[in-house]
Write a protein of this length. Structure first.
Length: 627
């Protein structure tokens, strides 16, 4: 009778009542495996994963061969972030029953979540080989998981094949559509990627992450009207930013001159491009004026994570917090100004900003566009990336233009010295681009190939993590050949062992060519720091004007083009001036050291002045509203 009652309570969703009864019955009948299994369900449904583990341990003690207990134990441990123990639980389940598809799938997830994607690929492939007669929907799910790990291993062509296998089995497999979009994007097939993104959103309209993926991809398109792009971002805000849990009353003390509590939210407090620009700010902030809280949504912390934690006054690991609990923590910390560093990139917590946990909310750095959220009050930029009166209407935020540029760069600590190149006039010039290959669209390829056609002896070096994929290298070679350029003139490199080796590759480059309309940022700074001039094409929106910001800050306006024709002309003219190239190689690093681009103290002062102005405005409004 008791077991029937417990089952009924689970079906009715009365978990708290069920837990009281279940614990009582298990105490009365401690050797009843069925009761313990029911209690596992109740603890799991209640989100009490430590209770699940306790019950599973009891079942395993009673029945050492109970596969389901090991499986549930692994699920609970994974949800608690105890990955090594979870992995062992799933492996134990599989050792008892190798046909356990669910356990093998979860093991693959553990391997993926711990960065062991090559192992995950082997697990998923074995799972498919061992279960050829599994239900179609289950096979589709495995193919989709396989594709995700293949994307993370930069095997984009293989990932595309896996996704298409999944969709043959289940045309409505959301994960397959989403992962196919990522694989296509990484291969530079943007139109096809966006088509898949829209299908993903159609199938799962409530998943904000999928909608964010679409918005990120839009920044890569060559012919998209910025107004259309802005509208798409506002739609995200309207669909995902309207939160019932919105905090409408803030209790922050409205003293305009007190020390401010600044919170930075990011998934990229790690070895990532964002770290090169947040590090100088955190290190140079005036601690008499601001107290720094970092909310880290990092999946795989590393030494950079540890270093950044040391630069903050308060460090919060938020990876396991849902949006409501994170918003409550931010309000409990009494944050005055909350700063988003991710925008619509992977791992963002923009839905938390939709709850308005801080009285002032800002976006900066990690994303080259508006958030689309009206709850975000300001966006930090400058007059070169966002000319006054031109891009303001494209944002839901008020644009705050910092006087000396919106970026401050800290070079890698162990940067190699600039290598002496053979005299450029006595050898063919080598162009280079180390940007994300997804930014290399047909118009960029057209322009680069025109440059190489004009300079028939010139060569080019492309490097990106995506070029680890042999399929992408084959595609680029084909595209280059179609433009009447011998692909053998283009060297393509993928992943290298470390940052020092990556930076040393600039010794093979004379002139760096920026991508458009999505400019490089870190890659541009790296090239300049390594003595390599960068030619950029300034466009009509922020993503296409970051190169202009960086070069203007160094006084290198001669390297900023306003049209593809001018870009091509600038490149060919510079290639014919070996003495000027030598001057750049000798002077660029010292120019950067003397420029606002590496002046951390000045940059922190500019940002703190902006924060103080925002705070004064809020205090004035709060005082007026209280009268």
């Amino acid at each position: 009778m008791g077991k029937q009652t417990l089952t009924a309570l689970i079906q009715q969703g009365h978990y708290a009542e069920g837990l009281v009864l279940g614990e009582k019955l298990c105490k009365e009948s401690p050797d009843d495996v069925t009761l313990w299994m029911i209690l596992i369900k109740l603890y799991g449904a209640s989100g009490k994963y430590e209770g699940v583990i306790h019950c599973c341990d009891r079942v395993i003690a009673l029945e050492p061969g109970n596969v389901t207990a090991y499986y549930n134990r692994g699920l609970a441990l994974r949800l608690l972030g105890r990955f090594p123990e979870a992995e062992q639980a799933f492996r134990s389940a599989l050792s008892l029953d190798p046909s356990q598809i669910a356990a093998a799938s979860e093991l693959g997830k553990i391997l993926k979540d711990t960065g062991r994607n090559t192992e995950a690929i082997k697990v998923y492939n074995k799972l498919l080989d061992d279960n050829p007669t599994a239900p179609a929907l289950k096979q589709a799910s495995i193919y989709a998981s396989l594709a995700f790990s293949q994307v993370l291993c930069h095997l984009f062509e293989a990932a595309e094949e896996s996704c298409r296998s999944a969709l043959q089995l289940d045309p409505n497999c959301v994960a397959a559509h989403n992962n196919l979009a990522q694989a296509l994007k990484e291969r530079g097939l943007l139109a096809q990627s966006i088509e898949q993104q829209r299908e993903t959103i159609r199938l799962a309209p409530d998943i904000a992450e999928f909608h964010s993926n679409l918005l990120l991809d839009l920044n890569y398109l060559t012919d998209l009207d910025p107004c259309v792009c802005a509208h798409e971002h506002r739609q995200w805000g309207e669909r995902h930013g309207a939160c019932r849990e919105k905090i409408t009353k803030h209790i922050n003390t409205n003293d305009p001159n007190r020390r401010l509590r600044i919170g930075y939210v990011s998934p990229d407090f790690r070895e990532h491009s964002v770290a090169f620009f947040i590090t100088p700010l955190l290190s140079a902030h005036n601690r008499n004026h601001v107290e720094i809280f970092c909310y880290s949504n990092v999946l795989h912390p590393d030494s950079t994570t540890q270093y950044l934690a040391g630069l903050s006054d308060q460090w919060r690991n938020i990876r396991e917090l849902d949006d409501v609990r994170l918003a409550e923590l931010i309000q409990l910390d009494k944050i005055d100004i909350l700063v988003d560093l991710a925008g619509h990139t992977s791992g963002n917590r923009l839905k938390v900003f939709g709850m308005k946990p801080a009285p002032i909310q800002v976006t900066w750095l990690g994303y080259p566009n508006t958030t689309g959220l009206r709850e975000v009050d300001y966006r930090l930029t400058d007059e070169w990336a966002d000319p006054p009166g031109i891009t303001d209407e494209l944002h839901t935020e008020n644009l705050v233009r910092l006087p000396n540029g919106f970026l401050c760069y800290r070079p890698f600590d162990n940067t190699p010295e600039i290598s002496a190149k053979p005299e450029a006039g006595n050898r063919p010039v080598t162009f280079g681009c180390f940007n994300n290959s997804a930014k290399i669209n047909n118009k960029v390829l057209d322009t680069w190939c025109e440059i190489l056609t004009y300079l028939p002896e010139a060569r080019m070096l492309l490097k990106s993590r995506q070029l680890h994929d042999p399929g992408l290298r084959r595609r680029f070679r084909k595209e280059i050949a179609l433009r009447s350029v011998n692909p053998d003139r283009i060297d393509m490199l993928g992943i290298v062992d470390n940052t020092i080796e990556h930076l040393a590759l600039y010794g093979r480059v004379d002139i760096a060519l920026d991508t458009f309309p999505y400019n490089g940022t870190t890659t541009t700074c790296e090239a300049l720091w390594m003595g390599v001039p960068v030619i950029t094409l300034a466009g009509n929106c922020h993503a296409s004007r970051v190169g202009m910001t960086l070069l203007h800050g160094l006084g290198l306006n001669e390297l900023i083009a306003s049209s593809p024709e001018e870009y091509r002309e600038t490149a060919t003219n510079l290639a014919a001036r070996p003495k000027q190239l030598a001057i750049y190689g000798t002077n660029l690093r010292s120019m950067m050291r003397k420029s606002p681009l590496t002046n951390a103290t000045g940059f922190a002062h500019d940002i703190e002045e902006a924060y103080r102005s925002m705070w004064h405005h809020w205090c004035k409004r709060a005082t007026t509203n209280s009268c």
